[in-house]
Design a protein. Structure first.
Lengths: 169, 314
């Protein structure tokens, strides 16, 4: 039996940061909405079991990551669901930093985006990222290092030297 | 941590938050609707994507056959849905009868010379099945996807039985997706059919349906291929008013979630074989990413399938 209330609580308490994560991994806000909502839909379908999961949010991020890595998902149905919800509220356009970051992230492999998002949005240490992504810590360090270097090339004002000094991956 | 990169990510978070998601109740509703309309491993997508040169259409009306349908190419690994096709160990289908290869993958309608179904004139038995013998979906049910004529099994596995495997003169089969009338354009399909038409030698179509009934009766349960411990249950259902006679049966198995675990619900597949004289047309509803077969839709399309066969002959 799936408990609607506990799912709704989980959704409300985690959806904002999951959407940020989706945005950082997918590199597109609209796509992030689609795949994050799809991930929550999958969570709901098996909520009876997932509610007992020790880390349902990590499970959710895993689904988001893998959906983001798959560009051929049929997620258009969510656009319709969103449109039924009514027109979006007026929101300010994204800031310049966001536009630049998203544009740069699109040039990175998904695994690097994933590692960077977990690091910068969730403050996760390397070991925790390794656990969540199921790869050795050395691999995570490599992803972070390469991702940062590439971002340093693509983003104004980000010094590769500063990254080397301050970022101990 | 780089302060500069941290600033960029903070900006992204700030810009993401105001444009959030739909409320949780809508996510639940949409998810439940998807669950009803998803199929096990989109047989249509697999049929389209799995390589295979369709050569001729003289395949037996038999269960099992080739490789079980795999997941659609667009399904990511962890949230993949398990195959709906409750196939037992595949057994290669051997062509039987004495079919005449006619290049059945051709989309052109070859000339036919035949008798009306039911007439037992073997001298006028047709040797080819034109496109027009296959029904068109109602406009409201059309997904816009082009049906794919492919070889392969035309019945689900039934404990290794091969009903209707003999006496085949000609066969063509296609896979097509459909949507329910109230599903908006742009949604994923609500289901898909494996649709076949088989011409039998005189009197052999009656045998084929009798063999199919027996195969279903003799196979009340079978293990689902690729899902150890998961059982599919088969049973005959009432099916009157279609063609000269018909067989309708269901395959019911637990719906498996993205981790391959049962979620307490069932996934039901409907298969209807209808005989019109010496012709048998089979609609095997294979769903779409886990959907169960909608009975009213299968009934309606069965009628269209029968009408198309009759119009072809007449």
């Amino acid at each position: 039996m799936r408990d609607e209330r506990s799912f709704d609580e989980f959704y409300r308490s985690t959806s904002a940061r999951t959407l940020r994560y989706g945005h950082a991994v997918a590199g597109d806000h609209g796509e992030a909405q689609d795949l994050v909502q799809e991930a929550y839909a999958r969570a709901w379908r098996q909520w009876a079991k997932l509610a007992e999961h020790p880390a349902p949010e990590a499970w959710l991020r895993l689904v988001v990551s893998r959906l983001a890595a798959d560009r051929f998902r049929r997620l258009r149905g969510w656009r319709t669901a969103v449109s039924r919800h009514g027109p979006p509220e007026d929101v300010r356009p994204p800031g310049e930093d966001t536009v630049l970051l998203v544009s740069a992230l699109r040039q990175l492999p998904t695994n690097q985006r994933q590692a960077l998002a977990l690091h910068y949005l969730f403050d996760m240490p390397v070991e925790e990222i390794a656990r969540e992504t199921g790869v050795p810590t050395g691999t995570v360090k490599s992803w972070l290092s390469r991702g940062r270097s590439r971002l340093a090339e693509l983003l104004p004002g980000v010094s590769a030297k500063e990254l080397e000094v301050n970022d101990v991956a | 941590m780089s302060r500069e990169l941290d600033r960029f990510y903070r900006s992204l978070a700030d810009d993401t938050d105001p444009r959030g998601l739909i409320p949780p109740d809508q996510v639940r509703r949409h998810a439940d609707r998807q669950a009803r309309t998803r199929v096990a491993v989109g047989a249509l997508a697999a049929a389209v994507l799995v390589a295979g040169t369709a050569v001729g259409s003289h395949f037996v009306l038999t269960a099992g056959a080739t490789t079980p349908v795999g997941p659609p190419a667009d399904t990511p690994a962890p949230p993949s849905v398990s195959p709906a096709q409750p196939a037992t160990a595949p057994s290669p289908a051997a062509p039987t009868g004495s079919p005449r290869p006619t290049g059945s993958t051709s989309r052109t309608a070859p000339g036919t010379s035949m008798s009306a179904p039911g007439a037992s004139s073997s001298a006028r038995t047709p040797t080819s099945i034109p496109d027009r013998a296959f029904f068109d979906l109602a406009v409201a049910n059309s997904t816009g996807m082009t049906p794919a004529f492919r070889s392969g099994p035309v019945l689900p596995a039934l404990c290794g039985a091969e009903p209707g495997g003999s006496g085949v003169v000609q066969r063509r089969a296609r896979t097509l997706a459909f949507k329910l009338a109230d599903t908006p354009k742009g949604y994923v399909p609500d289901g898909s059919y494996r649709h076949s038409i088989t011409i039998y030698g005189p009197g052999r179509a009656v045998d084929a349906l009798a063999a199919l009934r027996k195969a279903v009766r003799d196979c009340p349960e079978q293990e689902v291929s690729g899902a150890p411990g998961v059982t599919s249950r088969q049973r005959l259902l009432d099916s009157a008013g279609y063609g000269d006679e018909s067989v309708l049966f269901e395959l019911r198995r637990p719906f498996l979630d993205v981790n391959g675990q049962p979620n307490g619900e069932d996934e039901v597949r409907l298969v209807r074989a209808v005989r019109i004289g010496d012709v048998v047309t089979v609609l095997w509803e294979q769903g779409w990413e886990g959907t169960s077969s909608p009975r009213s839709q299968v009934d309606a399309d069965s009628r269209r399938a029968v009408d198309a066969v009759r119009n072809w002959w007449e």
